[in-house]
Write a protein that binds this ligand. Sequence first.
Ligand SMILES: Cc1cc2nc3c(=O)[nH]c(=O)nc-3n(C[C@H](O)[C@H](O)[C@H](O)COP(=O)(O)OP(=O)(O)OC[C@H]3O[C@@H](n4cnc5c(N)ncnc54)[C@H](O)[C@@H]3O)c2cc1C
Length: 489
Amino acid sequence: MVTTLARNAKSEQDAEKLNMTEQGKPVQIDERRLEKLTQEIGHRIFDKIDRNQPRFAGVDDRLMALMMKDEDLRYRMLRFVDVYPALKNSRQIGEHLEEYLTSNELATGHQPTALSVMARTVGKSRVTTRGLIAWASKFGISRMGRQFIAGHTPEEVAEKIRKMETQGFLFSLDLLGEFVASESQAEHFAGRYLEMIERFGDLLGPKPPTLRRKRLEDAGPRVNISIKLSSLTSKFEPMDPEGTSKAVRERLRPMFRAARDRGVFLNVDMEKYDYRDLTLQIILDLLDEEEFQDCDYIGTVVQAYLKDAAESLEWFIGELRKRNQQITIRLVKGAYWDSEQIWARAKDWPVPVITVKPETDAMYERCTRMLLENSDLIRTAIGSHNVRSIAHAMALRRVMRVPARRFECQMLYGMAGSIKDALREMGMPVRIYVPCGELIPGMAYLVRRILENTSNESFLRQRFSDGVSEAKLLANPAKQTPLDLAARD
Ligand SMILES: Cc1cc2nc3c(=O)[nH]c(=O)nc-3n(C[C@H](O)[C@H](O)[C@H](O)COP(=O)(O)OP(=O)(O)OC[C@H]3O[C@@H](n4cnc5c(N)ncnc54)[C@H](O)[C@@H]3O)c2cc1C
């Protein structure tokens, strides 16, 4: 045991030396060895998942299962969840339930479902019954919200965080609510971010009392907070990059100062495609300000579902290199896949997202490699619940001998519990992205999670609901032939 540890420590030191000389350059890799290791790690994760078999029978899971079976119901439920915040009373809730859950049967001749019968009854029922059902639907939506949203008050959330930390997880907080329509709303939102940085910084402090393991200590500041730049101004305008950057940085400065004073890490989340280049430019503009030139508590996100993900990442890494800037990059596939296509078609613009799932997965692996090739500047965070994407990243880190402290996994609160447990048991630092705040402003987040969990292409659905085989789930996405792809349809 001692010798293994000593050997690992030595190889980590060697890896650091190796990377000092090879950073930023494509590294020659034995692809067969990489694939073999990916498969080994993937099967080990699956073994652990099977041993910690997740429970999958809550009310929320049953509703999710219903939505997976019925694509049309899924979209109608989502429309209902979407308008729900605007409904003022039980009469409106009843009417919308009836409209959204029953109207399609007339058009399609579909058999009524239990849900639609209930909805029709609600629509026609007396006011008191409607009130009861409206209350029940409110209860149902809050329940679903509770699965993905950690809490409303800082105290409630801090309690959950302490529990996660005792279990050996790291966390990143996200304040729900993303649409800002006026400057006073943007001002208010910036104030709430600042309050959150100060509040959680003070409430939790820089080091958790329970962290003993070196890998978790290496993960940097205890309090991580995710921010969305578009919520800091009512005019987040890609056509006016300078004006937008100036306005956003005005609001970012106090937040970055507060974060520096309290040892808090700030992560700039990535939103729709239209905002991506401007978001990256604002980060660079901030880092160019004298006050923030040594800032080492900043991170951002790369979305691999974009057709130009690799080109954009290459440009961004080049800019970081010019500045010798350290940063953490969370690599995700992207949360706005459905919306990006709708927005692009509405404006008659080319669709920016990849539309063949294995191609997104292959782009994810390509970007993973680019991040690890630049590990002197970039700390890589693998934001995925897909065992193949995670296993490939873990294998690549080992093959490229990138130090363990330059790498972590990140997953969303309320999702993939058994995968989180498996990785933690394998000694991997796992950070949980913890949304907090009110349910109504968080509805857009909730809709994205429901879409993600119930989509045909979702790894979680294929693994935990459709029973797709391990071999298929672990297949190399870059090797999928057009024939494989046709067989999936
Ligand atoms: C910690 C954390 C933070 C996150 N932060 C952000 C963020 O800042 N910005 C953001 O946009 N997302 C963010 N996400 C959400 C993330 O994008 C989704 O959770 C992720 O895409 C799901 O991918 P997966 O690898 O877990 O699952 P998989 O099931 O392997 O992949 C699902 C994803 O594949 C893509 N996809 C689905 N269908 C197709 C298709 N037909 N063709 C091509 N591609 C398809 C979509 O991106 C979909 O979300 C975050 C996720 C995590 C875990």
